[in-house]
Design a protein around this ligand. Structure first.
Ligand SMILES: Cc1ncc(COP(=O)(O)O)c(C=O)c1O
Length: 487
């Protein structure tokens, strides 16, 4: 081991320390025969029958997650309404499980909106019981093949079909456009306003959406203009919701809960800013907003132990679990509203990642193992070996490439053996960057038992955004997904 001294300790986590553990690796377990199972499926037998490269999905874990999150908000003193950000994973079985637990759907464009309407149709949650929140940008532009914009379609669903559907307008221009459409459709339309609070939380820069320079939401300095526009609509539109989403995989819950003081300068964090704006709209404009939507962003423990190097890996190790998140969020609302003597608003949340990430793993076969020339070891953080797999990070776990996202990787064939060799783990695309883990960036290398050709590797926590981002680069067919909830 002394041969590879520069490895970060996060690279050496024994699977036995996280298998079956809530928040780390709940769907996995060790069978009585000492093999690894995912959901109800013994992985080696499964691979023997179905082969690899494939995703394996534990639908029961989806339900467990959805229930756990709503349970943890039981302490919120007002009405609580969860929505699922369907962009994270739009697999119909997954979405249905979440909807069955009482969630509405958050969508980002007309394609997702029509999918949400279709998915919710025919269930007992149709029409007014169906809740859809429309976010995103470009909502004032008709996307091929549709002739109507998202704003028009959503307004029609609300006003003519009675759907409980709300559009969060995210720029003053969108407000003006919505005003014109509301004029044509005729009034009393409930809309929301998405604000940009100018917050940069600890997460990947590509996932942060609430920074002042980002393109999402009305800068708080311009909120007044948006409200004036809506007031000009003379009752055609009513602001029902104030919305904010500061990003995904928010590692520090303080960015969301912040602090609420007496002066403007002492109001910090997403919820205090949202609440102060709700209060301001009422006091200055007589606009009463009854829903506050704090977006998604609940983070997943992708790294399976607290990283020694928090600077580099901290965003993969959130400083809270979902119960702490819910209780801190609820207490923040309670503190602010009790202090101001106000009613609690309806609280909406829109998680995607946390609900689905741990429900799915990617199974890969090792197709080759070979040495790196000694002189290059150092540049690969001490790793002298490559593992090649039958999958592709670029197509199957794209964030490993895009964000250098950490996904834990297990050698399923050698479970229980000591982690003794640091490997770079690559895919089959003809790009150097097609890597699940390697020493040239913060994804690797990874300590595994001595690994051989035909061993089976499992990449954990790929249920959020990875299938959604999958492509057919190099003409690879999309990896199939199998249900692991049945034996
Ligand atoms: C507006 C909005 N809401 C909710 C989400 C879901 O975020 P997450 O998957 O981090 O919970 C996103 C995704 O980034 C989003 O853009």
């Amino acid at each position: 081991m002394t041969e590879y001294p520069s490895l970060d300790p996060v690279c050496r986590v024994e699977p036995s320390s996280y298998i079956s553990r809530r928040d780390l690796n709940e769907p996995c377990s060790l069978t009585s025969g000492g093999t690894l199972a995912f959901g109800k499926v013994d992985l080696l037998s499964f691979v023997h029958e179905h082969g690899t490269r494939c995703y394996i999905v534990d639908l029961k874990q989806v339900t467990r997650n959805a229930k756990r999150l709503t349970e943890s908000f039981k302490g919120y003193p007002g009405k609580f309404r969860p929505f699922y950000a369907v962009k994270a994973n739009s697999n119909e079985s997954i979405v249905s499980r979440i909807v069955e637990e009482g969630y509405g759907i958050e969508v980002t464009n007309i394609h997702e909106l029509l999918f949400a309407v279709k998915t919710l149709k025919g269930t007992r949650r149709e029409k007014t019981e169906v809740s859809i929140i429309c976010n995103g940008v470009s909502k004032n532009h008709a996307q091929r093949p549709y002739k109507e914009t998202l704003i028009e379609t959503a307004f029609n669903l609300q006003s003519k079909k009675g759907y409980d559907i709300i559009v969060n307008l995210s720029s003053v221009e969108e407000v003006r456009f919505a005003n014109r459409i509301a004029g044509k459709i005729g009034g009393d339309l409930r809309v929301g306003l998405r604000i940009n609070p100018g917050i940069t939380p600890k997460t990947s820069e590509d996932l942060a959406t609430g920074a002042g320079y980002s393109r999402f939401g009305i800068p708080i300095e311009h909120l007044e203009n948006a409200v004036e526009e809506i007031k000009d609509s003379k009752g055609l539109m009513k602001v029902a919701q104030l919305h904010c989403h500061i990003g995904s995989q928010i590692a520090n819950v303080n960015a969301i809960c912040g602090t609420y003081g007496n002066s403007k300068a002492s109001i910090r964090g997403e919820i205090p800013i949202l609440c102060s704006k709700v209060i301001e709209l009422e006091e200055r404009f007589g606009v009463h907003v009854d829903q506050v939507n704090i977006g998604g962003g609940i983070a997943v423990k992708y790294v399976k132990t607290k990283p020694a190097n928090m600077e580099e890996y901290g965003e993969f190790w959130p400083n809270y679990d979902v119960e702490e998140y819910a209780s801190k969020v609820s207490n923040t609302f309670r503190t602010i509203h009790d202090k101001e003597g106000l009613e609690y608003p309806e609280l909406c949340i829109e998680p995607g990642r946390w609900l689905t990430a741990n429900t799915t793993a990617l199974l890969l076969a090792v197709t080759d193992v070979f040495d790196v020339q000694d002189k290059y070891r150092e540049s690969l953080k001490g790793s002298g070996k490559w593992i090649i797999t039958d999958g592709s990070a670029m197509t199957d776990a794209h964030d490993a490439v895009l964000l250098q996202q950490w996904f834990e990787i297990v050698n399923v064939s050698k479970i229980g053996r000591p982690l003794e060799v640091p490997y770079n783990i690559g895919g089959i695309a003809c790009d150097s960057g097609d890597v699940f883990a390697w020493g040239r960036d913060r994804t690797g290398p990874r300590m595994l038992p001595k690994t051989d050709k035909r061993d089976i590797l499992m990449v954990l926590d790929v249920g959020a955004y990875q299938q959604a981002l999958a492509s057919n680069y190099n003409m690879l067919p999309t990896a199939p997904a199998f249900n692991a909830s049945e034996p």
